[in-house]
Design a protein around this ligand. Structure first.
Ligand SMILES: C[S@@+](CC[C@H](N)C(=O)[O-])C[C@H]1O[C@@H](n2cnc3c(N)ncnc32)[C@H](O)[C@@H]1O
Length: 276
């Protein structure tokens, strides 16, 4: 068992999360018999930039019709987007049971349960056979994973011969100290920020080569500044990432923004493919 599992589950746990989302939708006047991905978009993707950035990654990597695994899938928004807009057959895995339950119920709510499946499990011990997926995908997950080598080796193991790994993550710069809370941790106990070169060196060892990558820091700063400037006007009953981050949402986003602006951390997306 991953010894961090209880702490990570605890950190992300929100009691009756699905019910909470439904209640907020009701308050917003959404017809519960006719809910679309658009209605839940503000809470659906738990990373800087939401669905827009997920679409950008999927387009760059050209992953139409792929069998795809999303590691650390959260409440499932990226899988639903990839299923609906890129015809991917998606499986999401997450260490939070509450998120997995919520992800499956949300897919049913918006009619995407046939193309998305969410299961409980650990990134460093994936319950899949070798060569199962065309694409493995992670967004804002690595920061919670201490064993980077096992993380990379598991990704390589479940990818098929032509497969690719797509990521969008927060990395440290020279292990500089950041302020907490952050969106993925209240303190350092479950936060394992690393330089992107660490991931690169493991993948190289396992035969995966880094292709196109994008520094997303500047656009991330703009997105965070915009959301923070709007935040005071938002009512707490509204559906947003506040539902997942709780009462310290503003502090978490501010610390993330400051870390990016001060150059202590950076946002990067990219793709790895097998060596020819
Ligand atoms: C910041 S959220 C991002 C969720 C999702 N990737 C998204 O972008 O919407 C990080 C997620 O990683 C999950 N996670 C953390 N460590 C994990 C592990 N070892 N195995 C599987 N999931 C993990 C958490 O439970 C949480 O749902």
């Amino acid at each position: 068992m991953n010894i961090l599992e209880p702490q990570i589950e605890d950190y992300y746990y929100r009691a009756n999360l699905y019910k909470d989302i439904i209640n907020r939708l009701k308050q917003m006047g959404v017809d519960l018999n006719n809910v679309s991905r658009k209605d839940i978009a503000r809470v659906d993707e738990f990373h800087v930039g939401g669905a827009e950035i997920s679409k950008e990654l999927a387009e760059i990597a050209n992953i139409k019709n792929a069998r795809l695994l999303d590691i650390g899938c959260g409440i499932g928004g990226p899988c639903r987007m990839l299923a609906e807009e890129f015809n991917c057959d998606t499986v999401g895995i997450d260490l939070s049971k509450e998120y997995v339950i919520t992800a499956n119920l949300l897919s049913k709510l918006v009619g995407l349960h046939h193309k998305t499946k969410f299961i409980y499990g650990d990134a460093i011990n994936l319950p899949f056979q070798d060569d199962t997926f065309d694409v493995v995908w992670t967004q804002h997950v690595q920061m919670n994973i201490s064993d980077k080598m096992k993380f990379c080796s598991e990704i390589e193991r479940v990818l098929n011969n032509k497969g690719c790994f797509i990521y969008y993550e927060v990395f440290t710069k020279e292990n500089q100290k950041v302020s907490y809370p952050l969106p993925w941790a209240d303190d350092e106990k479950i936060s394992f920020l690393a330089e992107s070169s660490i991931m690169n060196s493991y993948f190289k060892e396992f035969g995966l080569i880094k292709g196109q990558f994008i520094d997303q820091t500047e656009s991330g700063i703009k997105i965070l500044e915009k959301s923070l400037s709007r935040m005071p006007q938002r009512q707490s009953s509204k559906l947003g990432l506040n539902v997942l981050m709780g009462s310290t949402t503003k502090d978490k986003m501010t610390n993330l923004l400051n870390g990016l602006k001060e150059g202590k951390i950076h946002l990067e997306s990219g793709i790895y493919r097998r060596r020819e």
